[in-house]
Design a binder for this molecule. Structure first.
Ligand SMILES: *[C@@H]1O[C@H](CO)[C@@H](O)[C@H](O)[C@H]1NC(C)=O
Length: 480
């Protein structure tokens, strides 16, 4: 019992290594090498070089955007006369947001006062033929005021209590602020990758104030100038200023930061892209295109009465969208990617095994060589026989124990005649004699003999059954 436990603990210290079967099959061999090459190519080319799989990445970019517009335009409208538009007038809201609106066209209704006037003929709910249709106190649906109960015959609409006169007319077909094309947008963008503690701004440190006063962004000549011409931005989206300015529209300015922090900070630079966000085919006629809203400016006249100017403004809404990711070398993704590449190699082994063992004309031969079935009953009987034969041999040894090792080698052919299965069972019964003959020999006197028996008989077994060249099998055995 104590000996069994001792053997068990000794066997724990054994190192087990796999035994390989080498198939001299060029087709599967070439296939496997091709597969390995593909996996290595994928791992190095795609995963490591293209996708930078050795890097830890951060996509949660933190950013702040500040904008400032410059430029003035003088407009002249029939109802309103001359009006000077500065950035404080045409940029809404004026505080320099990430999203801002630039007025390019407008319709003004000046000097509105609270009072009674007819509803606009554009509002369907305001139509009437007699007073009964204008219920007093009811507001006009999608209209401008509250009905007074009178139907006005000359317009065919109800009289309402509202800011009068109500808005009428259409926006000019040419943009009122034609010079908006030449307004400049100065975009300041500050970004941070918190994981790497990295900060940067799109106003690069090399730029000085005189450069900033004169430069205009251009993809080829001034890719890092943070000042954009409104007209250029619209052109880069594939539209013209005229397309958007009359009815309004929405433009996205993308700022993309793709930073490889293994390189110098000066390689981490913004890339700008421009797109129209409200795009639709033949946008000039589509009811969904365009962007407008109304606002009013209130005044008091000399008598203290309030009046207002109502503006319906059309314009271009700019959205500045900041995106980015940064990567820096890290050991963990590197190891994970190498590991998954090696696992893919395993898939190749599996596929080639399947082809070799089931899809080739000589598959049954390879199968028999690779898989060794152990039949329990037979093996029990045979191990008994084995024991008996061993006993007999032992006996013989006593008789001829003075003879040299040459005689011992001559014994082997008798062992080779044994079926393969019996030897395997024998080997399984005594694993330590298989793997560690030198250590086992100290414990058991007969084990050095048994080890060569097992390997030699395996070789001859295959040689007898199939015509595998002995040289190749020997080479295979030596390879181990
Ligand atoms: C905008 O500026 C360019 C060049 O300075 C000029 O040719 C063009 O006429 C200007 N556009 C408008 C609408 O003023």
């Amino acid at each position: 019992m104590a000996q069994t436990w001792g053997n068990f603990f000794f066997s724990l210290l054994d190192y087990k290594t796999e035994k390989f079967v080498i198939a001299k099959n060029k087709k599967v061999g070439v296939l496997f090498r091709l597969f390995q090459l593909t996996v290595i190519g994928y791992l190095i080319g795609w995963v490591f070089i293209w996708k930078k799989g050795y890097q830890e990445t951060e996509e949660a970019i933190q950013s702040s955007v500040i904008t400032k517009l410059k430029g003035v335009d003088l407009t002249n409208s029939s109802q309103f006369g001359l009006q000077l538009w500065g950035a404080e007038d045409y940029v809404i809201p004026p505080q320099g947001d990430r999203v801002f609106f630039v007025v390019t066209n407008y319709l003004v209704t000046p000097n509105q006062r609270l009072g009674y006037c007819p509803e606009s003929p554009k509002v369907p709910d305001g139509f009437c033929t007699n007073d009964n249709e204008c219920v007093e106190g009811e507001s006009v649906l999608a209209g401008h005021g509250v009905k007074t109960g009178r139907c006005l015959n000359d317009t065919g609409t109800c009289e309402i209590n509202a800011w009068c006169p109500v808005e009428h007319g259409h926006a000019p077909v040419e943009p009122m602020l034609a010079k908006a094309e030449n307004f400049t947008v100065y975009v300041k963008n500050f970004i941070k990758f918190p994981k790497f503690g990295f900060f940067k701004s799109n106003v690069l440190p090399i730029t000085n104030s005189t450069y900033l006063k004169t430069c205009r962004y251009d993809k080829d000549h001034h890719p890092y100038c943070p000042i954009f011409l409104v007209g250029d931005v619209i052109n880069w989206t594939g539209y013209t200023f005229q397309d958007l300015a009359t009815r309004g529209g929405s433009i996205g300015i993308g700022i993309e930061w793709n930073c490889d922090l293994d390189k110098d900070e000066s390689h981490c630079n913004p890339e700008y892209s421009f797109t129209r966000l409200d795009s639709s085919e033949n946008s000039q006629h589509s009811v969904t295109s365009g962007y407008n809203f109304r606002f009013a400016r209130y005044y008091n006249d000399a008598a203290g009465q309030t009046y207002r100017n109502l503006f319906k403004v059309y314009g271009i809404r700019f959205d500045i969208l900041v995106n980015g990711k940064a990567g820096r070398f890290s050991i963990i993704p590197t190891v994970i990617n190498i590991g998954s590449g090696l696992a893919l190699m395993g898939a190749g082994v599996f596929a080639c095994d399947m082809i070799l063992l089931y899809m080739m004309s000589k598959s049954s031969f390879y199968r028999e060589t690779k898989f060794e079935a152990i039949k329990k009953k037979q093996s029990e009987r045979e191990s008994r026989e084995q024991r008996e034969r061993k006993h007999a041999r032992h006996h013989r040894h006593h008789h001829h124990h003075r003879q040299d090792g040459r005689h011992r080698r001559e014994e082997k052919p008798t062992a080779e005649m044994q079926p393969l299965t019996s030897i395997l069972t024998q080997a399984n019964n005594n694993p330590e004699t298989q793997t560690q003959p030198s250590a086992a020999s100290a414990l058991k006197p007969h084990s050095p003999e048994r080890k060569p028996q097992a390997t030699v008989s395996f070789r001859t077994h295959t040689t007898e059954k199939h015509t595998v060249s002995p040289v190749s099998t020997l080479r295979a055995a030596r390879h181990q």
